[in-house]
Design a protein around this ligand. Structure first.
Ligand code: NAP
Length: 313
């Protein structure tokens, strides 16, 4: 009991400012109008005096971020699914941080596209998402580990509440379940080196990841399906699946700080939590649901999932 009290009180204690050195984040959205958690976090950490190294997928994303931040923030263009690009990024980080090492690594980059019922997808669809979300993150982390070990720093893995409970098809939940496993073994191994690893599990947030490109992708997949599959599932299935997706996006949280504050806490608290859940849906719905017996969670999720036209009654 007194240990729990100590843990709870010590959550507010931060590491000394001198330790808050360089942090590498996978961040900025390419389109000027879209906004993501990494982008918000980069600006937040920059405001709080940290030296942010922002790995952006596109020049446009990097330029937009630079316009809104201080001269401390530096950017590089990195595609985490391309090992060559990751290696170049590691050289860039090594040149900047030198002997100090890297205090923080926030693995935030990710994609959900394509997301669709499992029977509509191909192996390549899964490979695309796993290559970015899971293998890209593993690649970045392995290559930067020596620098993080040197700083006895922090590694933050941005998973998802769908890393606890898988409810629809596509590589997204698979990749997030994989990240949870990666984060757990990483935390256990690196604690002996003084490196702390935290996993952040956001619920639904209204960022570009759950906006229109994801829906457009679904419409394209439906259009290109073989006639037999379309008949088995039926048009109503497609429409309800798309509506459920849209409802999820509409219900998403707009208060991004609920997720970015978790990431900042994991980077700066003396005693960061091993797991953070962000958003009321994560805390009050998905996490409790993930602990219930499977027959109950199946029943509850079936309420909002569509039923195929040619089903067994
Ligand atoms: N929003 C949510 O509801 C939610 C819920 C749970 C977990 N998450 C997780 O939170 C993280 C941030 O997502 P977000 O919501 O902020 O959505 P987002 O704005 O789409 O952010 C994802 C970022 O990853 C970048 N990215 C995609 N592929 C990449 C690649 N190959 N290399 C480097 N960067 C790449 C994207 O760049 P472009 O924009 O240039 O494509 C984008 O900046 C993701 O890991 C996501 O899975 C989000």
């Amino acid at each position: 009991m007194s240990y729990l009290r100590y843990r709870s009180l010590s959550q507010g204690i931060q590491v000394p400012v001198s330790l808050k050195s360089f942090c590498l984040l996978n961040v900025a959205p390419s389109a000027g109008s879209s906004i993501g958690l990494g982008n918000v976090l980069a600006k937040q950490l920059d405001r709080h005096g940290m030296r942010v190294l922002a790995a952006c997928l596109t020049e446009k994303g990097a330029e937009d971020l630079k316009k809104e931040t201080s001269s401390r923030l530096q950017t590089a263009i990195v595609d985490i699914s391309d090992s060559q690009s990751v290696s170049s990024a590691v050289e860039w980080v090594t040149r900047i941080v030198g002997d100090a090492g890297l205090w923080g690594l926030v693995n935030n980059a990710g994609t959900i596209v394509p997301a669709a019922p499992i029977g509509w997808l191909k192996k390549e669809d899964y490979a695309r998402v796993l290559n970015i979300n899971l293998l890209g993150t593993v690649d970045v982390t392995l290559k930067l580990l020596p620098l993080v070990r040197r700083a006895r720093g922090r590694i933050i893995i941005v998973s998802s509440i769908l890393g606890r409970l898988s409810v629809f098809g596509g590589g997204y939940a698979l990749s997030k379940f994989g990240l949870e496993a990666f984060g757990d073994s990483l935390r256990r191994e690196l604690s002996s080196f003084g490196v702390k690893v935290s996993i952040v599990e956001p619920g639904a947030f209204k960022t570009s990841i759950i906006s229109s490109p994801a829906f457009e992708g679904l419409a394209q997949i439906w259009k290109n399906l073989p006639a037999e599959i379309k008949e088995s599932y039926g048009e109503q299935y497609y429409k309800k699946f798309a509506q459920t997706f849209q409802a999820l996006a509409d219900a998403g949280n707009s208060t991004f700080y609920k997720a970015t504050d978790c990431m900042e806490h994991a980077l700066t608290a003396c005693h960061p939590w091993t797991r953070y859940s962000a958003g009321w849906d994560a805390k009050l719905y998905f996490i409790p649901l993930s602990y219930l017996p499977t027959c109950i969670s199946d029943l509850l999720t079936s309420v909002y999932l569509p039923k195929p036209y040619r089903r067994v009654e």
